[in-house]
Design a binder for this molecule. Sequence first.
Ligand code: FES
Length: 91
Amino acid sequence: MIFVSICVGSSCHLKGSMQLVELFENKIKEEKLEDSVILSGSFCFGKCNRVGVTISIGDGTNEEVFSGITPESFSNFWTEKVLKKIKECEA
Ligand code: FES
């Protein structure tokens, strides 16, 4: 199981947090990963970016923080970071 936390701080909120929450929710449902991904919101990570939203991915012990995620880059982020992490955790 992995934990995905989407920043809903004011800067990220303005740059599309809510849209990303929706993209995540849909993707998780579509790929039936409700038991593998816990989605939550987070306050500012202190990594506000000029572009996009900050998102952390963790396994309960370690977490990695990524900034600059946009609805356009969501698909790559999902495949390269989220799915990869799920596979690592299930291995
Ligand atoms: S508001 Fe998202 S990192 Fe600051």
